[in-house]
Design a protein around this ligand. Structure first.
Ligand SMILES: [Zn+2]
Length: 116
């Protein structure tokens, strides 16, 4: 009998759920948030760096996109593919997942994508 090791993925799942709650809370405060969209998911990472600087429409669009990404990440936790890069299939580093729990790509693939 294998003893069930506590999976580190559980902590990412908690992070994702917490983030989802935060995002949903901001939408309740600002219902217009749900009507604005962002062009591509790749912008999320870039935009997240400037999100705190008060560009309202962009911030709102970012949150909406982030919510989608968070929900997709939660689906990957359930499906067992969480933490694997969608580009190359390698594991995404834990430092990257800690900074960006909904990351779909490893750093290398993300950089390749943002160059195109
Ligand atoms: Zn990759």
């Amino acid at each position: 009998m294998k003893s069930a090791l506590k999976s580190p993925k559980n902590s990412y799942r908690k992070l994702l759920l917490k983030k989802r709650d935060e995002l949903l809370a901001t939408f309740r405060l600002d219902p217009e948030a749900l009507t604005i969209s962002i062009r591509t998911p790749d912008e999320v990472e870039f935009a997240s760096k400037t999100a705190e600087q008060g560009v309202t429409a962009a911030t709102v669009a970012l949150r909406r996109q982030m919510l989608k990404e968070v929900e997709k990440a939660l689906a990957r936790v359930v499906g067992g593919t969480y933490g694997l890069c969608e580009g190359c299939g390698q594991e995404i580093s834990s430092s990257r997942l800690n900074a960006l729990p909904w990351a779909r790509y490893c750093l290398i693939c993300q950089e390749l994508r943002s160059r195109n």
